[in-house]
Design a protein around this ligand. Structure first.
Ligand SMILES: [Fe+2]
Length: 408
């Protein structure tokens, strides 16, 4: 009898534990269902007064609320509530949410809470200054984060430790353009690592590469659904200009992935003419016109040199950021298809944020290359406070990490 009672008690404990575990699982699923994740910050308009925030949260609830304020200690009525626009697209299982905050104060840190009953997500962001002479602007330029995830994560950490205002990225984020797993991993890494110790998220200005596009080259935007739906950029989203400060304009172009090189010429000339008085004119796109690895007579490099390069030279573009070759590169100053130390345009690249790195051509044998070698890297650009200097310095991934022997 005693044995039967003991068995009954144990059975009751077992079933009660099962019910609790089941309830806990339901709660966990409910919580994770609406969890804001994969947050990415971009700009569609003036970076001194706007910010676009996009995230994934696969809950049942659409149109979540985001609140923001310029003081994290502000009383609740000083926080502005904004309803996010929710959307998805055919190729994904994700439910995405986006808001564009407008009418912000320049050079201001804002604090954000994305509402969620279980895990509200909080972080901050910073707008850019509206006037010259306010402060230095630091930004990073890179590309090709593709397939070595551990290296990409290390590069992400290195990028955040530079505390940049923003990052410009010249394409090839992932390898498989329609691989949801790869895009999830990329956005998970960005969410986790592109946030400073103080909780400030770093915006990205995106160019498209061949790996974002099913077919790679000579395609149309519908062949790049993840790129166009997940990075909310100015319209059209493959080629656009952003006035980053009164002295600095960045032009982003599409090196014939979803828009032809010749088809962008008219817009490029109009945009460069409109910005001719800007002290600093920068351009980014994916395929290198002056490659460090590939054949310079390939179709796209030739088309870029024929159609875009004469305009860069005519309007005195200061610096062009290229990618695609997966190596470190700096060209000599180039004008009229030859070295011109006084009036030439310098091209840097060629992507090294996690993609497999390649051996380069020998600069001694190729007149357009000043330096080129295999290295994981990005570039750090610092616009001086008075906007008279733009310092351009490479940041390399150390060849080996430090380690400690013996007890500390
Ligand atoms: Fe590429």
């Amino acid at each position: 009898m005693k044995r039967y009672v003991l068995f009954s008690v144990l059975l009751a404990i077992f079933f009660s534990a099962c019910i609790e575990a089941e309830q806990l699982q339901v709660k966990t699923e409910e919580a994770s269902a609406g969890l804001p994740m994969q947050i990415v910050l971009t700009w569609q308009q003036d970076p001194s007064t706007t910010m676009t925030i996009t995230w994934r949260a696969d809950g049942p609830d659409e149109n979540p609320i985001l609140r923001f304020a310029d003081d994290p200690e502000a009383r609740s009525r000083r926080w502005t509530a904004v309803t996010a626009h929710s959307f998805t697209f055919d190729e994904t299982e994700a439910l995405l949410h986006t808001v564009e905050l407008t009418g912000l104060e320049p050079d201001m840190e804002y604090y954000v809470v994305i509402e969620n009953p279980f895990f509200p997500e909080s972080f901050s962001f910073r707008t850019l200054p509206a006037h010259s002479d306010e402060r230095e602007i630091v930004f990073l330029a890179g590309g090709d984060s593709r397939s070595r995830r551990d290296v990409r994560r290390e590069m992400n950490r290195m990028a955040t430790s530079e505390n940049p205002d923003f990052i410009i990225f010249a394409g090839d984020y992932i390898s498989g353009p329609l691989s949801e797993r790869e895009w999830d991993e990329w956005f998970d890494d960005w969410h986790e690592l592109l946030i400073t110790e103080e909780g400030r998220r770093i915006p990205i200005i995106t160019a498209i590469g061949n790996h974002e596009v099913h077919g790679g080259f000579f395609q149309t935007p519908d062949k790049a659904p993840y790129f166009y739906n997940r990075f909310i950029s100015p319209q059209p989203r493959n080629y656009y200009a952003l006035e980053l400060t009164p002295d600095l304009v960045l032009i982003t172009l599409d090196s014939d992935h979803t828009m032809g090189v010749p088809e962008q010429v008219q817009w490029l000339e109009k945009t460069l003419a409109k910005n001719h008085d800007k002290k600093w004119k920068l351009v980014q796109y994916h395929v290198a016109a002056w490659p460090s690895v590939r054949n310079m007579n390939d179709t796209i490099p030739r088309m870029i040199r024929e159609h875009w390069v004469p305009l860069f030279e005519k309007y005195n573009v200061n610096l062009v950021i290229e990618a695609h070759d997966h190596a470190f590169k700096k060209t000599v100053p180039i004008r009229d298809n030859q070295r011109d130390d006084e009036h030439g345009v310098i091209y840097i690249g060629d992507g090294g944020w996690g993609a497999p790195i390649r051996q380069t051509k020998d600069p001694a044998m190729h007149w357009w290359l000043d330096e080129a070698f295999a290295a994981d890297h990005f570039w750090k650009l610092t616009l001086s406070k008075d906007a008279t200097h733009l310092r351009v310095e490479p940041v390399f991934r150390p060849p080996a990490r430090s380690f400690v022997l013996g007890a500390e």
